[in-house]
Design a protein around this ligand. Structure first.
Ligand SMILES: [Zn+2]
Length: 121
């Protein structure tokens, strides 16, 4: 609230700077909103590419940690971004840091903590 005895020139200066501050805040919020929208779109794009990724599993493919074959169709395995595969249990025993974070968990019927075989992407 402005005091009643405030000169009009001082009130104009005060109101002008307040208006300028509100305008600047609005522009900054608009920039932040645009950046957040871009981050959201970028994350969605990453998700779509991760979901479109496929892994070719053959009888010759071996676990990169224990070097045993994975390709019998009954093992749960993780796929690393490098293309390497590992048994899910080997991955868990290694602490998940042997090759890097896996791109996803795939596979058959080997025992897991959650018991399902749905890819965890
Ligand atoms: Zn293994």
């Amino acid at each position: 609230m402005l005091p009643p005895d405030l000169p009009l020139s001082a009130a104009l200066t005060l109101l002008g700077s307040a208006l300028l501050h509100c305008t600047e805040t609005g522009r900054n919020l608009s920039v932040v909103r645009s950046l957040r929208r871009w981050e959201n779109l970028s994350a969605r794009e990453d998700l779509v590419s991760a979901k479109q990724r496929s892994v070719l599993l053959s009888q010759e493919r071996a676990c990169c940690l224990c070097h045993k074959r994975i390709g019998n169709g009954s093992s749960v395995f993780v796929a690393y971004p490098t293309g390497s595969l590992a048994h899910y249990l080997c991955f868990k025993r290694a602490g998940g840091a042997a090759v890097g974070a896996p791109a996803g968990v795939l596979g058959g019927s080997e025992d897991t903590d959650d018991g399902d075989n749905v890819p965890a992407w």
